[in-house]
Design a protein around this ligand. Sequence first.
Ligand code: EPU
Length: 439
Amino acid sequence: MPVDIAVSGERDTFVTRRSGALDGEVHIGGAKNSVLKLMAACLLAEGRHVLANVPHISDVSLMCELLEAMGVTVTRADHRLVIDVPAELNTEAPYHLVERIRASIVVLGPLLGRFGTARVALPGGDDFGPRPIDMHLRALESLGATFSTAHGDISGTAEVLRGSEVVLEYPSVGATENVLMAAVRAKGRTRIVNPAREPEIGDLVEFLNQMGARIGWSGDRLTVDGVERLAPAPSGDGFRVIPDRIEAATFLAAVGMCGGSVFLRHAVAEHMTMLIRKLTEMGMHIVVEDAGLRATVTQRLASADISTLPFPGLATDYKPFLVSMLTTASGVGIVTENIFTGRFRYIDELRRMGADIRTEGHHAVVRGVERLSGAPVRAYDIRAGAALVVAGLGAEGETEIAGAAHIDRGYEDLAGKLAGLGASITRRRNAAGASVAAS
Ligand code: EPU
């Protein structure tokens, strides 16, 4: 395989100890949840596409594998991807890849848009609970696609896609992306009512427009005028993926947990307005600068209530870090999860570290304790894993977080970046059982 991939050992762990105040600068990389969709968008046009500021994470490696299985050639050097898309593609996404990366469902829209046919394995549920794609399918059906399922695959066909009004009953990120990437090649105008408005959607719109699409916002609707053909975006140094607001949130939480003062280079304040407000309410001092954000914490944080919502609300992806911070904040915080109601599994792990948390349905009541106590715990998904790392930095003694591979799906060298700020964290390569300094 021509792609240089560093996928972690399945059994690696992170080992943290209570850390003093963090200090220094951390570089925020490109956004996982943007780059995966930009890679899918490349399927819409034959030729050479170049993406820059691509994070070195295993989800990108898996998406490379998926594109390669379709006949695309991907080369990865440093933080760039060169994606060569041929005239003909295999329009099938097989189960053994789809089950490892759910974001792969976003190949459905571009394949239907360009070839009028696609067969994608149905993603199953995961640790967040069921992950349906009904809204993706209804939205694509509004453009004229038809679907059938057999043997665990969903097959879509569309002789002609026709622009129409697509109403999303909920602003699903994935459904918005799929319908956008089909509508750019449909005949006529599509209006998407109630689209997702996450910054990563903005990045996809910009990328598609650079490929020749005609997409605009009118109020909070998206209007797409279909075009006959698309071409790779003019490359230059490559299309630069936006910075990862979730990675930035992780480092903000680490400062919240340990105290100190850290500059987050490239973090974009407008992508995190609600988060910055919430953290300020909890007692963090955050200053917005041209090149990023500076976060300073000099005292114990105060609890706050948290309720997740689609953008511009507080993202569900921030919630695990916020819960970690609440475990040692003064007072009681009530957390309400409105997006993925099953996204509370890591709370049992935090309880093993001495956190005082009660859950009831999609609510959690977090009563801050003086200090967490290090324990062996397990990461079940990317953000939960990073939240346990954050908690471990504030816990007395040693915390060993199993499931580093989950964290590697979305973070480039999390341990190395935290260690660079003075945090006490190492990666334990498990085959040999030896502890190695984070790099
Ligand atoms: N939903 C449906 N039907 C659908 C689609 C979604 O019921 O057809 C429901 C989901 O079950 C969920 C809610 O709608 O309850 C939101 O789902 P959405 O489609 O907005 O999310 P997604 O596209 O599956 C992306 C991110 C997630 C992030 C969510 C919400 C990627 C690859 N994933 O998922 O990120 O939490 O948006 O912002 O972009 C992560 O990075 O760790 C991660 C999970």
